[in-house]
Design a protein around this ligand. Structure first.
Ligand SMILES: N[C@@H](CCC(=O)N[C@@H](CS)C(=O)NCC(=O)O)C(=O)O
Length: 235
């Protein structure tokens, strides 16, 4: 059984996508980041970066104590290794998959996160910041589109954790000031993943956990989420 500490955001969706694909039993523990649940001392023990997702694997493969993990990329890789699924076993396929997983974790996620911040949440509309992150998002979409020109999925013919990491960040493409029609290979990939039953099941969890899923962020939530300092992590 996997305990999943989750709120329905792009990084949260990555893990439900994996768990649904693999058919691993899991229990969701909602972490309402708009209300400050990420700062609860019990959560910080599992996730010292006060960000979700996080997991506790109650039955690790070595038969030892439960394993607790934060960082969505580390969680995807751990679960892939636990199940032997969604990461190729051969040296080259594995290297390709990890390369694109790290590309997502170091580039696509953080840059698109800044796009969301300055385009949608910032109290002032700062043209320079919006332009910078909308353009960087566009560049990254172009990289993914070129990568997908001659292969079905990011790492090759098979669906992997690299795809699961990237897909939820493309879902809000309109809010990011992008057009999927400008990136035909990316669009085909995106539509293929959207149709997977596990993707649909993962996204169905979103509204179950947060009845306000898809609504604009409240002013109270913005106060909780933005402007954090080290004080918040030292409870
Ligand atoms: N690199 C982390 C990022 C996680 C992250 O940024 N999670 C956001 C939601 S997508 C969060 O928990 N935010 C809470 C906050 O900002 O206080 C990962 O991939 O797990």
């Amino acid at each position: 059984m996997i305990d999943l500490y989750y709120w329905p955001t792009p990084n949260g969706h990555k893990v439900t996508m994996f768990l649904e694909e693999a058919g691993l039993p899991y229990t969701i523990h909602p972490v309402d980041i708009g209300k400050g649940a990420q700062f609860e001392p019990s959560f910080l023990k599992i996730a010292p970066n006060n960000r979700m997702p996080a997991i506790i694997d109650q039955a690790p493969a070595d038969g030892g104590e439960p394993v607790s993990l934060f960082e969505s990329g580390a969680i995807l890789l751990y679960l892939a290794e636990k199940t032997g699924r969604f990461v190729p076993a051969d040296l080259r396929g594995r290297a390709e998959t990890l390369q694109w997983l790290f590309w997502q974790m170091g580039g696509l996620g953080p840059m698109l996160g800044q796009n969301h911040h300055f385009s949608q949440y910032a109290p002032e509309k700062i043209p320079y910041a919006i332009d910078r992150y909308v353009k960087e998002t566009n560049r990254l979409y172009g990289v993914l589109d070129r990568r997908l020109a001659d292969r079905a999925f990011v790492a090759g013919a098979d669906y992997t954790i690299a795809d699961m990491a990237a897909y939820p960040w493309i879902v809000p493409w309109e809010k990011q000031g992008q057009r999927l029609d400008d990136h035909p290979n990316l669009k085909r990939w995106f539509e293929t993943i959207a149709e997977r039953p596990a993707t649909k099941a993962a996204y169905a969890r979103a509204a179950e956990v947060n009845p306000n899923y898809g609504q604009p962020m409240s002013e109270d939530a913005k106060r909780v989420m933005f402007g954090q300092t080290a004080v918040n992590t030292k409870k």
